[in-house]
Design a protein around this ligand. Sequence first.
Ligand code: DGL
Length: 282
Amino acid sequence: MAEASNAPVGVFDSGVGGFTILKELLRELPEERFIYFGDTGNCPYGVRPVSEIQELSRNAARLLLDQGAKAIVVACNTASVSALADLRATFDCPFIGVVPAIKPAVALTRTGRVGIAATEASARGDYLRHLIDQHANGVEVFAVGCPRLVLLAEAGILDGPEAEAAIRDYITPMLDAGIDTLVLGCTHFPAMRLAFARVVGPQVTMIDSGAAIARQTRRVLSERGWLAGAGQSADEPRPLDDGDALWCSGDAEHCAHVATAILSMPVQVRFAPGMLLPPVRA
Ligand code: DGL
């Protein structure tokens, strides 16, 4: 369908975390155009009840569909865990969700112990439990919700002593328990990878789902004949241009500042007025 091939791919997250996924998408699918929505005005999602996460996810999807998105990448573990089924039931559009990389982590571990750093909603949700039951294969899996890390990433504190101390607080019990593999199960966390690496040390392997979700997006578009161009991947993320549009529901200047750090390229973000729910304390 030539018309769909020319349409942009929508991407959303509760905030700046989805930029870690957008970076992989710009590398895997450089010929695609992207519309990103970071719901920074309602972030964090991870401390909200499921009904609110679903409502906000529908709102984000509507915003992207109104701008002609041909498919939507839910670049947020929390929204994927809590709202993917609801989104698929509500809208006639392919949705690609992020799944915490438990399966590859289980295949990698030598100690038989794997940790997952996630949001509270993801860590306590049935979805993660099922995923663990399905893939653990005798491996012990520890999941911890790390809400403060989301707030730090949103504030643009991606590295340095404050980020490191907060990561240490959450991760130390899992290190003490003997994990050798850590899943970054929230899309905000790969943006803090350097600080994570310093805390966990070289003996712990960290994995995230960014590259896998980008490849899955390629598969979904390709199956429908909706890929733009020849669908070649690149070594580096392609620079953003006028064909892409980035939106947020909070302070656009601040969001652009954090996005610039995560994407390592100049970024402009526009404010999209819309639904704001009362904040929930993280
Ligand atoms: N980036 C999100 C995730 O992957 C959620 C962070 C939040 O809003 O709590 O889960």
